[in-house]
Design a protein around this ligand. Structure first.
Ligand code: TYD
Length: 215
């Protein structure tokens, strides 16, 4: 059995990773390819906890309302969720020859947890705690301006999540542009997140086709 490919989509909040993951899964499925779309935080137990933290629903008993753990605890929770996600969902699918599409992965931890503290050594530490996470076969980074991403987020319902704050998103957009330097030897590709949804989908599909053609 030939192992499936692990393809990751990355970008700031509002870059379009969720939409493009769904479109890609449908397009590959229509071609008869076995495909599994997933996301991080995952739908496993640690992922569920993280989603509560991100949306401000995690209330610490005895405290005065919800509070988010600090960046280092968040980095460890995201890394733990990732390893659990790999063991329970990603690796079994890859072993069955299924192509796995993951909306966010290690690069999100490097960007979000790496930046919230601000010191360069934090990025190394985030990479260290993610050392056992399987390397993706391809990471597609959807680059979009923080202004456009903010406009898209404003159109969504619900209140902003933990990291959906303008100043941080601006720093994240900048950081993502140059994120390749933290992943030497990995296959990363930047795509223009400003393209209309369908045009960007075609670019995503082309990048995955190129990867598959390389075998
Ligand atoms: P997102 O992917 O936008 O999901 P949804 O559309 O369901 O809200 O939100 C996940 C948030 O988690 C996003 O702000 C990025 C953040 N995140 C990290 O900070 N570190 C990580 O390692 C991952 C996977 C996500």
């Amino acid at each position: 059995m030939i192992e499936g490919l692990l393809v990751v989509l990355e970008g700031i909040d509002g870059a379009g990773t969720t939409t493009q993951t769904e479109l890609l899964a449908r397009a590959l499925g229509r071609r008869g390819l076995a495909v599994h779309a997933t996301r991080e935080p995952s739908d496993g137990p640690i992922g569920a906890l993280l989603r509560q933290v991100l949306s401000g629903r995690m209330v610490v008993p005895g405290d005065h309302g919800p509070r988010a753990p600090g960046w280092s605890t968040m980095a460890l929770l995201f890394a733990a969720d990732r390893l659990d996600h790999l063991q329970a969902e990603i690796l079994p699918n890859l072993r069955d020859g299924v192509t796995v599409l993951c909306d966010r992965y290690v690069a999100s931890s490097v960007a979000y947890q790496g930046l919230t503290e601000g010191s360069p050594s934090v990025v190394d530490w985030v990479l260290t705690v993610n050392r056992h996470a399987r390397v993706p076969d391809l990471t597609l980074v959807l680059d979009v301006s923080p202004e456009e991403a903010a406009r898209r987020r404003a159109r969504r319902s619900g209140r902003p999540e933990l990291y959906e704050e303008e100043a941080l998103q601006q720093r994240l957009a900048h950081f993502y542009k140059d994120i390749d330097k933290h992943f030497p030897g990995h296959r990363l590709r930047h795509l223009d997140g400003h393209l209309p949804v369908e045009a960007l989908h075609q670019e995503v599909l082309r990048a995955v086709d190129e990867l598959r053609a390389r075998g």
